[in-house]
Design a protein around this ligand. Sequence first.
Ligand SMILES: *[C@@H]1O[C@H](CO)[C@@H](O)[C@H](O)[C@H]1NC(C)=O
Ligand SMILES: *[C@@H]1O[C@H](CO)[C@@H](O)[C@H](O)[C@H]1NC(C)=O
Length: 366
Amino acid sequence: MALSSSIACPLSLPLSCSNTTTVEDLCCFEYPGGTVLQTQFWDYDPATGPSDKWTVHGLWPDNCDGTYEQYCDKSMEVSNVSAIIQAHDSALLAEMQTYWKDYQGDDESLWEHEFNKHGTCYSTLKPTCGNLGENNENVYQYFRIAMNLYSKLPTYDWLAEAGIVPTNDKTYTKDEIISALKSKSGAEPYIGCNSDNAIDEVWYFYHLQGSLLGEDFVAIDTLTSSKSCSSTGIKYVPKSSNTVTPASPSSTGYVKLTGQNGCLIKNGKWYVSGTCATYTLTQLSTGSYTLKSKAGWCTIDSKTLHCGSDVSSPFEFEFDIDSQILVANGGTQFSAANVPTGTEQVEVTQGEGAVNFELQWNSWDC
Ligand SMILES: *[C@@H]1O[C@H](CO)[C@@H](O)[C@H](O)[C@H]1NC(C)=O
Ligand SMILES: *[C@@H]1O[C@H](CO)[C@@H](O)[C@H](O)[C@H]1NC(C)=O
């Protein structure tokens, strides 16, 4: 198989996230996404993939502090992942069709989403690195490397060896699940649970030596706290049993700013003297959330929140179900330059500023 041997990276370069001076060659040093995550799903309702396998979610380049960038390079986006993989390696495509599953049955759309949202953020996969721009070599390498790392992380088997198997008859503790996985993978992973306290995600974290193509991963502990799972009573639901009703994928409500008066109006700005705009919060099959007002989709453009008919692809938030707080690129901090007075509309910006708050979802659903 033709590997991209045209990229030979000096071993003298520091490990990702460990440099003390500027590294010039970002084809050989992953930046800013120096933390690589191999993420997996346990989809049981509807069930996807073999009943004794966790399935692939993606291969993500997160920042060194656990926040992340998304949709980094429009020019790298693709809409023909299956065709690209087929052209390079049909056995890899067959493996993906078995283990990299979309819970709504549209695998190609999940693959495109993962590459376009996360794959385009790898500095070491840029088309300008070596021959990665030829024949979508970088797209092929992204999926090959994701599958290869996944094959070394057999979550189902590791849990089963510790007596942790899917069942409707008992529950498990967070400690026993995490320590079983840590003892095999070499570092503490993140585990995620749904609103029913049933485990449905695991994320393994790495730093990287050289280009992603070298696959020289060093396991590190999770940068994200596994707080969506409670410490005891965690369910591990067999894929055969469709016992759980999925949470409503879409909810209507309004967005408040914690500790502040007023709320968001339909263009995404902060207003204190009128009624709150109605927003729809929708969960995608990948677990991310989109936000939409009567004006249109919401996005975060140059750090500023904006909703309108000009937005063609919505920003993908995460959502903390317990606190009902919106999370953007791994962070919850938003700010404004000042508190609005009278009928003033004030921009809401990602990150810290003069007036700081989080965005709190208030559902109108019963
Ligand atoms: C690490 O390298 C990146 C990329 O060159 C650079 O932007 C960053 O400032 C460096 N970090 C330190 C601590 O020098
Ligand atoms: C995939 O799409 C790109 C861009 O449209 C095109 O250049 C490439 O030839 C396609 N690859 C395959 C294998 O169809």
